[in-house]
Ligand binder design. Structure first.
Ligand SMILES: NC(=O)c1ccc[n+]([C@@H]2O[C@H](COP(=O)([O-])OP(=O)(O)OC[C@H]3O[C@@H](n4cnc5c(N)ncnc54)[C@H](OP(=O)(O)O)[C@@H]3O)[C@@H](O)[C@H]2O)c1
Length: 367
C-alpha cells in the first residue's frame, strides 16, 4: 500500500505537473447557498486611513462586470503581505478606502454574463490580488482567479492553499527542478510559505529537507511535516550545522522567504551548481550580495513571484494551482492552520503573525 502511494506521488510529480490546463470540474451543490444571507449589503473590515484600525462596516453590493464572480466568503487566509498593505509598506500604495485580504474560500453567489466555468453554489478558492476584499462576507473576483474545490475540502484549508503552495511549487518544481535526490534548506520553515515548501518537498518529492526556524517548538512541527532535519536558527552556527548534517556537501537548493541576515548566512550552505530561490522578505530587509559570490560554486539565483505568473503566464498560474488543489484532494499535502479568528478579531490575527507566534497559516473564519 505504501509503495502504491509512493508511486502515485511520483507519477503526479513527473507527468501531471504543467501539462495543459484542464477544464474546471463542476461540483454542483444546489442547497449550499440556502443559508447564505442574500441581502444587498454585506459586512466587511475596511481600512479608511493608513495608521488607523480597520472598521467593520456594511458595504453595498456593486454590479458585476461580465467576467466577474461574486463569492460568499467562508474563510480568508491572512498573509504577511496583508500586514504590509494595511501598514502602507507594500511595494505599491493601495488607494483608500480598501478591504484587505486576497486568499479566500467560499461559495459562488452570482456570475457575470461571460463567466463560463463557474455557477452559483460551487465551492471555490480564489486569489484576489487584483481587487483584494477578502476580509468580508462577500468578495468579487475575476473568473480566472478562482478554482473549484471538492465538497470534502474544509474552507479553512481552501483559504490556506494557493498563495503559499503554488509559490512553493513554482520555486521548487518549475524553477529549481527538485527530485528525490535533492537536499533543500528552507528558511522560516515553520512560516506560511516555508511550511508549504517543507510539505511539498518532503511529502511529494521525497527530497531531504533541512528546515531552519526560530524555536524548538517550531522545529518539532517542521520535523512532523517530514523534514529530515530541523535547526533552530543561529546565524553563527548555521553553515557549520548544515555542513555537519550534509557531511560537507552543502545543499542543492536554498528556499528563502526571510531575506536579511538569514539569506546572507544561508548562502555559504549551497553546494556546487546549487539553486537559490528568493521567495520573500519576512525580515523586511532585502539583502545585497556581490554577484561574484555566485561564481565559485556556479550558483543560480532565482526569484519567484506567483503574481508575476498571474500577470504574464496565466496557463502556468492556473495549472500550478490546479495541481496544488489536486495534491490536497489526494491527501498528498495538508496545510497547517495554527489559528482561526473571526472577522471582528482581524487585529488579533495580525498581531499573532507579527509577533511570530503563528506557524503555517492564520485564517479568518467569516461564515
Ligand atoms: N514570492 C511570492 O509569490 C510569495 C508568496 C507568499 C509569501 N511571500 C513572502 O514570503 C515571506 C514570508 O511569508 P509567510 O507567509 O511565510 O510569512 P509568515 O507566515 O509570517 O512566516 C514568516 C516567518 O519568518 C520568520 N522570520 C525570520 N526573521 C523574521 C523577522 N525579522 N520578522 C518576522 N519574521 C521573521 C519567522 O519565523 P521564525 O520565528 O521561525 O524565524 C516567521 O514566522 C513574506 O515576505 C511574504 O510576502 C512571497
Amino acid at each position: 500500500m505504501a509503495r502504491v502511494f509512493q508511486n502515485l506521488k511520483h507519477s503526479l510529480c513527473i507527468s501531471n505537473l504543467f501539462t495543459p490546463s484542464k477544464p474546471l470540474l463542476f461540483y454542483k451543490n444546489p442547497h449550499a447557498l440556502k443559508y447564505i444571507r442574500l441581502a444587498s449589503t454585506y459586512k466587511a473590515a475596511v481600512l479608511k486611513e493608513y495608521g488607523t484600525p480597520l472598521q467593520i462596516e456594511e458595504l453595498k453590493r456593486k454590479k458585476l462586470k461580465s467576467k466577474e464572480v461574486r463569492v460568499a466568503v467562508h474563510c480568508c487566509g491572512v498573509n504577511a503581505s496583508d500586514l504590509l498593505m494595511v501598514e502602507n509598506k507594500y511595494d505599491h500604495k493601495i488607494a483608500l478606502p480598501f478591504v484587505p485580504g486576497f486568499e479566500i474560500s467560499g461559495e459562488v453567489l452570482e456570475v457575470g454574463e461571460e463567466v463560463q466555468t463557474l455557477s452559483p453554489g460551487l465551492r471555490v478558492v480564489g486569489l484576489n490580488k487584483e481587487f483584494l476584499g477578502g476580509f468580508s462576507e462577500e468578495c468579487v473576483l475575476n473568473e480566472e482567479d478562482l478554482w473549484s474545490i471538492d465538497m470534502a475540502v474544509p474552507f479553512k484549508y481552501g483559504a490556506s492553499l494557493i498563495e503559499n503552495y503554488s509559490t512553493a511549487l513554482l520555486g521548487l518544481h518549475r524553477r529549481a527542478k527538485i527530485d528525490s535526490s535533492s537536499t533543500i534548506l528552507i528558511t522560516a520553515a515553520a512560516g506560511g510559505l516555508g511550511l508549504a515548501a517543507v510539505d511539498l518537498a518532503a511529502s511529494v518529492y521525497k527530497a531531504k529537507v533541512i528546515g531552519v526556524c526560530g524555536t524548538e517548538d517550531k522545529a518539532d512541527l517542521v520535523r512532523e511535516k517530514g523534514a529530515w532535519a530541523a535547526i533552530k536558527y543561529n546565524v553563527k552556527h548555521l553553515h557549520k550545522k548544515v555542513e555537519e548534517v550534509t557531511e560537507g556537501k552543502g545543499v542543492d537548493v536554498i528556499f528563502d522567504a526571510v531575506g536579511g541576515e538569514v539569506f546572507t548566512n544561508s548562502l555559504p550552505c549551497i553546494a556546487n551548481e546549487g539553486r537559490v530561490i528568493v521567495a520573500g522578505f519576512a525580515s523586511r530587509v532585502i539583502p545585497h550580495i556581490e554577484t561574484s559570490q555566485l561564481l565559485p560554486k556556479a550558483v543560480a539565483l532565482i526569484g519567484i513571484s506567483l503574481n508575476h505568473y498571474r500577470i504574464t503566464n496565466k496557463e502556468v498560474y492556473r495549472k500550478t494551482s490546479e495541481d496544488v488543489i489536486e495534491m490536497h484532494e489526494m491527501g498528498l499535502i495538508k496545510p497547517h492552520v495554527s489559528a482561526v479568528f473571526s472577522l471582528d478579531e482581524h487585529q488579533m490575527a495580525f498581531d499573532f503573525i507579527s509577533e511570530r507566534k503563528s506557524t503555517g497559516k492564520v485564517v479568518l473564519e467569516i461564515r
